[in-house]
Design a protein around this ligand. Structure first.
Ligand code: ATP
Length: 234
């Protein structure tokens, strides 16, 4: 029971060409929650996120958004329904400045002024670097920029892939604190993360993905205990 899930995968299968890599994935994201998608390399986390953002087709099962089946929807349709993803590697344009990167999100109806003031209010450091090329900034600053640009589209669902990649541990903590705040503001967040310890403090629930299936899901602390007592702990 409880509120209706905002995003739900039920028995979702997906393939790259003839090779199936998701073999029936079940996943539930409730409004205002953070679901941590955990597990080793190659388990299918990125592919599951691609399904959720419309970049990877569903060959069987159901993908529902706010109760509606959206199996065939493409990335732009899902974006209009409020799904926004920050890919692994962040997807900022390295040869554009901070301002110019934000400008890219103005197609969604906000003015550059609005996007800039929201971004610099949340991340003052970005404001100090507004004219700097994104590629010359630190990994954490680029991640702040990617988040700001994503938030500029006023999403309801945010998909994050390996937020911690290439970031110093202190910066990872800082970024996940912000993710936790966004969830508290009502955003629903699905985050794939190999570095489980980083995301568990702010996760509402966790799902462990192995070989194209969610093999366990539930309380983040319990999943963490299982991870740390098995070879998966790394
Ligand atoms: P990672 O953290 O490395 O991204 P992951 O858990 O996200 O791992 P996926 O990237 O979803 O896993 O990969 C799942 C499986 O699909 C792997 O066996 C991978 O080799 C395969 N795969 C991923 N992308 C492609 C592709 N474009 N073409 C063919 N196979 C792919």
């Amino acid at each position: 029971t409880g509120p209706e899930p905002l995003l739900e995968l039920s028995g979702v299968r997906s393939a790259y060409g003839a090779i199936e890599v998701l073999h029936g994935v079940d996943l539930v994201l409730h409004p205002g929650s953070v679901v941590a998608l955990l597990g080793p390399n190659g388990g299918g986390k990125t592919t599951a996120l691609k399904v959720c953002s419309g970049l990877q087709p569903v060959t069987a099962g159901e993908f529902r958004l706010a109760g509606r089946v959206v199996n065939g929807a493409d990335a732009s349709q899902l974006a209009r329904l409020g799904v926004c993803s920050i890919p692994e590697g962040r997807g900022v344009f390295p040869n554009l400045t901070v301002r110019e990167n934000l400008w890219v999100a103005t197609g969604t109806g906000h003015s550059l002024d609005e996007l800039e003031s929201a971004a610099y209010q949340r991340f003052p450091r970005l404001g100090e670097r507004r004219s700097q090329l994104a590629g010359s900034m630190s990994g954490g600053e680029q991640q702040m920029l990617a988040l700001s640009r994503a938030l500029g589209t006023a999403p309801t669902v945010l998909l994050l892939d390996e937020l911690s990649m290439g970031l110093a541990p202190r910066v990872v903590t800082e970024m996940y604190d912000i993710v936790g705040q966004l969830a508290a503001e009502g955003l629903s967040i699905l985050v794939a993360e190999q570095f489980a310890r980083a995301v568990l403090p702010i996760a509402t629930s966790a799902a462990l993905m192995l070989q194209g299936r969610v093999v366990r899901s539930g309380d983040p602390q319990e999943i963490d205990r299982e991870l740390s007592t098995s070879y998966l702990g790394g």
